[in-house]
Design a protein. Structure first.
Length: 160
């Protein structure tokens, strides 16, 4: 009788060791499979967005060419108009609003909760486009350039 009890105790001990090892392996596997959490918006996306929209060709035409947004910003700053007599600032506002709304959708359950695009000339606001909610989490980028004594600063903030 004593011999059978000893065998049962050894079996229970062996099962406990196997269960303990399995639990430790599951915990280790859970930690190793958990990937680091990716940011919703990366810095390069915000910086790249500014660079890309500056190169966008608008429907505002000068004497010889269709103007890029970068050139349209300078025309707006100088009080210029398009060949078809539209105000350069109005074309800039409508074009950038459309681009930003299509690129950074904030409605519904999207990861981007809001954005803000601000263009200033020598510290004076030329254009401000804001949409959505301002949160504590954001990515921000700025681009500045000058021409004829005017310092143009473009800043874009994406909230998530």
């Amino acid at each position: 009788m004593k011999k059978q009890k000893k065998a049962q105790e050894e079996m229970i001990g062996f099962v406990l060791i196997i269960v303990l090892v399995a639990v430790i392996l599951l915990i280790f596997l859970g930690f190793s499979l958990r990937s680091p959490q990716k940011e919703v918006v990366e810095s390069y996306e915000v910086e790249g967005f500014i660079q890309v929209f500056l190169q966008y060709t608008t429907d505002c035409r000068d004497n010889l060419e269709y103007l890029s947004i970068r050139k349209l910003i300078f025309d707006c700053n100088d009080g210029g108009t398009c060949l078809d007599e539209r105000d350069a600032c109005e074309v800039l506002d409508s074009t950038l609003t459309r681009i930003v709304e299509e690129s950074w959708k904030v409605e519904g359950d999207r990861p981007v909760k809001g954005y803000g695009l601000n263009i200033t000339s020598n510290g004076k606001e030329m254009l401000l486009i804001k949409e959505g909610n301002v949160t504590k989490n954001y990515k921000w980028a700025m681009q500045d350039f000058s021409r004829s004594g005017s310092l143009i600063e473009i800043s874009f903030m994406a909230y998530f």
